[in-house]
Design a protein around this ligand. Structure first.
Ligand code: PEP
Ligand code: MN
Length: 345
């Protein structure tokens, strides 16, 4: 951390700040410039130190030098994290496509989708049993029955299950069925839920909040890592902006940016990111060209009849077209499309 003093800060003010830094058990290195005096602060600096020092006399600004997150940071862990669970592998050049309906609606719908996406190259399936809906009157998911249907689809296809958990009290139940626990955009900053998934042994797919910054996403991941769960994958799913032609604004620059900052695998969800099925094949390809380690795509055998997110769901033909484009990009960028395997975590 560095403390930048005002140009008119007096010598006693600088000395006072040095004393305050040292009284916190930190070391100070003042640098006297022509205009500003800057105090470099060395030691185990916390947010509380930073806030308290920023209101000292003569202080212009206090800046962080290191990332606020540690376990998620590339500064601490350079090599990319590779996550393997059941049929899913992601990270380190292995590109995972996770596909399936927004929500589990019936046995037939889930089995047809799981078999279709597996045949076309997905290595895991998605499907929400617990659905966090904007309106309390919308379909909320089949809950326990949905989890059982997902387990049946895994039995039939061998595909790992990625499904959302919306409450800390449900983590135990959902972990009995899911291979990967999804924490949705609305819950990115539900710290009790983050701690609960951090305490369990299932990999976690953490989605960016529609209004969350990338630092906030990384700090949310830090909660999970800090509880001892090292298997966290991040997912860009678009943010809310003034643009209304697409459902959210899919900020693909976050993919290479996050790769610079963190060793965790990065997925992109083009379905929620744009909200219109016609745009998804190209945005999937663009996400992979930007370096995404995986895609989370909504696929429904009959999007017109979907109970949730039909307009952004691909049918199996459109998913096939998307996979054809994706394979070309993966080849061009030197990655490998992860095949459904049976490796354990
Ligand atoms: C989902 O993936 O089904 C979902 C609800 O997405 P998000 O949390 O990104 O809105
Ligand atoms: Mn959805």
């Amino acid at each position: 951390m560095i403390i930048i003093m005002n140009p008119e800060a007096t010598k006693p003010q600088v000395e006072h700040m040095i004393e305050r830094v040292e009284s916190m058990g930190l070391r100070s290195r003042p640098i006297y410039g022509e205009l500003h005096t800057v105090i470099a602060v060395v030691g185990d600096v916390t947010d509380e130190h930073r806030e308290s020092l920023s209101i000292g006399p003569g202080v212009h600004e206090v800046l962080r030098v290191q990332s606020p997150y540690k376990l998620a940071s590339r500064e601490v862990h350079h090599d990319p994290t590779v996550i393997r669970t059941g049929s899913l592998t992601i990270g380190g050049g292995q590109i995972a496509v996770i596909a399936g309906p927004c929500s589990v609606e019936s046995r037939e719908q889930m089995l047809t989708t799981a078999e279709g996406v597996k045949r076309l190259g997905a290595c895991a399936m998605r499907g929400g049993a617990f659905k966090p809906r904007t309106s309390p009157y919308s379909f909320q998911g089949l809950k326990d029955e949905g989890l059982k249907i997902l387990a049946e689809a895994r039995e039939a296809t061998g595909l790992s299950i990625v499904t959302e958990v919306v409450a800390a009290s449900d983590v135990e139940l959902v972990s009995q069925y899911a291979d990967v626990l999804q924490v949705g955009a609305r819950n990115m900053q539900n710290y009790q839920l983050l701690e609960a998934v951090g305490d369990c042994d299932r990999p976690v797919l953490l989605k960016r909040s529609a209004s969350g910054t990338l630092d906030e996403l990384l700090l949310a991941a830090e909660y999970i890592l800090d509880r001892g769960n090292p298997n966290v994958m991040l997912c860009e799913r678009g943010i809310r902006t003034f643009e209304s032609h697409v459902r959210f604004t899919l900020t693909l620059a976050s993919v290479p940016y996050l790769h610079e900052r963190t060793h965790l695998p990065i997925l992109v969800d083009p379905s929620h990111g744009v909200g219109r099925s016609s745009l998804i094949p190209k945005m999937s390809a663009a996400a992979l060209a930007a370096g995404a380690d995986g895609l989370l795509i909504e696929v429904h055998p009959n999007p017109e009849m979907a109970l949730c997110d039909g307009p952004q769901s691909l049918n199996l033909d459109a998913f096939e077209e998307t996979m054809t484009m994706c394979r070309k990009i993966i080849e061009a960028t030197g990655g490998t499309l992860a095949e459904a395997t049976t490796a354990e975590v």
